[in-house]
Unconditional design. Structure first.
Ligand code: ATP
Ligand code: MG
Length: 611
């Protein structure tokens, strides 16, 4: 059976362009044809214009990046972004940078860093290419960002604003009203530079001033009405400690990070579309030369051509929450057992649920990328898992809700205590994987729902007088059932029909409508089976600002004490199986041991989600 990673192409592999096209692929293909980035240089590490000028022509045809904030565990939405960014780089002879966007000092935690790296690697990607490890953290660029801020001040393109937060908000105007210039907007470049240095040196209190780009207070795009680019915030940063008491705003930091890393295609979600004009404004200003107030030249800081930002629709999945903050709430309020609870849409949760890297890559391919928001049906995700597991998961029989079945004529036909060996293929389409072995006997376990006293119409399994085949075993005829004082069935009784053993000549001479799975009381192994349901009862749990906890499905985990066939006794944690008639199951990565078998249902055999 193939393992998780052996199908995934390395980043250095030759271009692979026969994938379903999308607008991003078209943009990249057109850039490659036109040689938009062909002259770009790369000096082996991120840096400014003079650094890259010393480099050679970039061996990477394109550069993309995956830039998570290390403030939580990654989820299925991030998986889409990872597959997209790393996948495009792989397919077009490029490189994808793994970058921690850790410019916000308050929210980050080193705890999340390793989980994020693990998730990306597990999905089948890596950031090593051309002998370089492209693993970066944005906070390493703080010095440069500061320099870029002074550069803008010296070019007359930024000013220190000391209006109160309320005044600043009021003077920004709104969609219908142009903004008003701040009284601080006309400060001299020299005054701005001194004041900004005082901000840096801790002479001003938190929130007392911000550095703003000087663009246009009347711009129809509110994001261009002199956006703040640096703020004062006394907070200890996980990487830079207390070195800084001023921090760049995300909208200022992100384009600079891209430019220092020579990113060509900076792919983000649609909510950043309105920020694109500022992204372009900033990088254009920083990559051209200016003149200072006294006439001294200011040579360009950043290399050209600039990275370009492209937006795609984020993944919205029905019955699923994809917000790190809300997922964190489920964990801290103990609604789930942790970030890796198999019901969680986190990558660690999906993995524990039995999702494979291939199934998530397939999912990313199938949903594609578009420029308009929509909802993807949860069944699409499950369909990808089924399609991935079906050809590779070993088959097994399991009885999840066991009911005893006694073959009343066994002793007479076969001899008391006799067990009859049966076998079945590990996989119906892969004979090379061999056979599973188990015993037929007098006492078996069947699924409780496979017996009815009074069968409803269309019920072909066990009821008095009916014949069924026990798969890989014999045809039996039900003769009745024993019950306890409450009328609950405790044992089903049946007679074995001789000469009907599967695979023996003439075994199909007795025609039956039903085929049932079973295990033998003699060799079945006890196992805990965990059945999961959707975590929310509403398709759009947090749409329109709804309280998502209101539709939390408290009944989303059912634990069964099951019996499984003996071939599963030595199964390894994380191994995936198809339990015949039941669905796909995975041996729980955390709790499954040789002494206690624990299986999680990954998904059913059929789609039960879509209407
Ligand atoms: P969250 O709101 O869950 O915290 P985020 O967007 O703030 O998500 P980041 O760590 O900033 O999380 O995201 C890293 C990358 O993953 C970004 O480029 C972002 O666009 C992408 N991403 C996050 N959520 C989704 C999603 N639902 N679909 C597609 N891409 C996503
Ligand atoms: Mg974010």
């Amino acid at each position: 059976m193939s393992t998780a990673n052996d199908k995934v192409k390395p980043t250095d592999a030759p271009p692979d362009t026969h994938k379903v096209s999308n607008f991003l692929r078209q943009i990249i293909e057109s850039d490659l044809t036109q040689g938009t980035y062909a002259q770009r240089k790369w000096a082996g590490s991120p840096g400014d214009a003079s650094h890259h000028a010393k480099g050679t022509t970039d061996p990477a045809k394109i550069r993309t990046r995956f830039p998570p904030e290390p403030n939580g565990y990654l989820h299925v939405g991030h998986a889409k972004s990872i597959c997209l960014n790393f996948g495009l780089a792989r397919d077009y002879g490029g490189v994808c940078h793994m970058r921690f966007d850790d410019t916000n000092p308050e929210k980050e935690d080193t705890e999340y860093v390793n989980s994020i790296l693990d998730a990306v690697k597990w999905l089948g990607f890596n950031w090593d290419a051309h002998g370089t490890t492209h693993l970066y953290q944005a906070s390493d660029y703080f010095d440069f960002m500061y320099r870029a801020a002074e550069f803008l001040i010296q070019a007359g393109l930024a000013y220190v604003d000391e209006q109160s937060a309320d005044d600043m908000r009021a003077n920004r105007g709104d969609f219908n009203t142009p903004g008003k210039d701040s009284p601080f907007r006309s400060r001299s470049r020299e005054e701005n530079l001194n004041r900004f240095r005082e901000m840096r040196d801790g002479k001003l209190g938190d929130g007392a001033a911000v550095l703003r780009a000087k663009i246009d207070m009347a711009s129809p795009n509110i994001n261009l009405r002199d956006p703040a680019i640096y703020r004062i915030r006394r907070a200890t940063h996980h990487n830079t400690g207390d070195t800084w008491c001023i921090y760049p705003m995300y909208t200022f930091a992100h384009p600079i990070e891209d430019a220092l890393e020579q990113i060509t295609h900076s792919i983000c979600t649609l909510e950043f579309e309105d920020q694109r004009p500022f992204y372009d404004w900033l990088l254009t200003r920083l990559s051209e030369s200016h003149t200072q107030a006294d006439g001294t030249p200011l040579p360009a800081l950043l290399a050209s051509p600039n990275p370009k930002q492209y937006e795609f629709a984020r993944l919205n999945l029905t019955y699923v929450i994809t917000s790190k903050r809300k997922l964190a709430q489920l964990v801290t309020e103990h609604k789930v057992s942790g970030w890796d609870d198999p019901r969680m849409p986190t990558i660690v949760g999906l993995r524990r649920r039995g999702y494979t890297p291939e199934s998530l890559q397939l999912f990313a391919e199938r949903i594609g990328v578009t420029k308009s928001d929509s909802w993807i049906d949860y069944s699409t995700l499950e369909g990808c898992l089924r399609d991935d597991l079906d050809p590779k998961a070993a088959r097994a029989m399991a009885v999840l809700d066991p009911l005893a079945l006694t073959i009343s004529n066994w002793d007479e036909l076969m001899g008391a205590g006799t067990l009859d060996p049966c076998h079945a293929p590990v996989h119906p389409h892969h004979p090379e994987l061999g056979q599973r072995h188990f015993q037929f006997g007098k006492s078996l376990w069947i699924e409780r729902s496979d017996y009815e006293d009074n069968p409803p119409k269309g019920f072909f399994r066990l009821f008095p007088g009916n014949k069924v085949r026990l798969k890989y075993g014999y045809v039996i005829e039900c003769t009745g059932a024993n019950k306890d004082a409450n009328g609950k069935v405790t044992e089903v009784l049946a007679q074995l029909i001789p000469d009907t053993k599967s695979g023996t000549p003439g075994s199909d001479s007795v025609k039956v409508k039903g085929v049932m799975t079973w295990v033998s009381q003699a060799d079945a192994v006890s196992a805990e089976v965990r059945l999961y349901d959707r975590l929310f009862t509403q398709a759009h749990p947090d749409a329109g600002g709804k309280d998502f906890l209101a539709s939390f499905n408290a009944d989303s985990l059912k634990v069964m004490t099951a019996f499984v066939e003996p071939s599963l006794a030595h199964s390894a944690a994380d191994a995936k199986f198809q339990f015949e008639r039941q669905g796909y199951f995975v041996a729980d990565r955390t709790d499954h041991t040789a002494n206690k078998l624990v299986f999680n249902r990954c998904t059913g055999l059929k789609d039960t989600w879509s209407k």
